[in-house]
Write a protein that binds this ligand. Structure first.
Ligand code: HEC
Ligand code: HEC
Length: 170
């Protein structure tokens, strides 16, 4: 009888240990989920902001979407002349290209609503980056490989940035 009771005790102890372990596993896995949910909301709100601002500017230039960007906007220093694109294309690029590829909202480079202002350093850096990209694809890559880079593959912002404002060095 005594040994039977002891055996029962041991089984009970094992059950308790197992339920504590299961409890811990549950707590850790739900903490992990909470972190992931937080991250998704953060990324989504960045994307929502950019899309909202892009649509706002798009509405403000109604009828001029297909005109050259440098004839519609006030302060273009690099996306002009030979390398100008349509006003609509510029806005699509601001959102789906630059903001997405760097994982940021328009406000990383712009004072919202004062789009022509150059008060943020990042806006000027982006101008230099655009010119660097053009130089890599038009001059440096063709010199290295002897190929033509008017089609894909070529270097774009995402080649280096991969969704981050500052690319990691390793
Ligand atoms: C990585 C930096 C960066 C991000 C992010 C960015 N922009 Fe820009 N934006 C620029 C730069 C640089 C120029 C000027 C280009 C030039 O000088 O040719 C510009 C120009 C503009 C202009 C023309 C303003 C004018 O009148 O001269 C508008 C409008 C604009 N951006 C809207 C947006 C919107 C809307 C977003 C977000 C969806 C956005 N930008 C995101 C860097 C950025
Ligand atoms: C060949 C790689 C490469 C390409 C292509 C590239 N970048 Fe960069 N970018 C960098 C590096 C490296 C840095 C960090 C420089 C530093 O911190 O001094 C940087 C920094 C920046 C910054 C400053 C970010 C901050 O918060 O300080 C902006 C804005 C930027 N890049 C925009 C762009 C845009 C827009 C494009 C595409 C037109 C682009 N970059 C293409 C390598 C690249």
């Amino acid at each position: 009888m005594i040994s039977y009771a002891n055996q029962n005790n041991i089984i009970m102890q094992k059950l308790i240990v197992i339920s504590i372990l299961l409890g811990l596993v549950f707590i850790f896995s739900s903490a992990d989920k909470k972190q992931n949910i937080g991250k998704t909301i953060y990324e989504d709100s960045l994307a929502d902001d950019s899309l909202k601002y892009m649509n706002e500017v798009m509405n403000s230039i109604k009828g001029k979407e297909k005109m050259r960007a440098d004839s519609v906007f006030k302060n273009l220093k690099v996306i002009r002349g030979q390398s100008s694109i349509s006003a609509e294309h510029l806005l699509l690029m601001m959102n789906w290209g630059w903001s997405k590829e760097l994982g940021i909202s328009c406000s990383h480079c712009h004072v919202i609503g004062k789009w022509e202002s150059d008060s943020l350093e990042t806006k000027n850096i982006a101008r230099g980056m655009w010119e660097m990209r053009v130089q890599i694809n038009k001059e440096i890559l063709p010199k290295i490989t002897g190929r033509d880079y008017t089609g894909n593959p070529k270097v774009t912002c995402i080649t280096c940035h991969r969704g981050k404002p500052v690319p990691s060095g390793n």
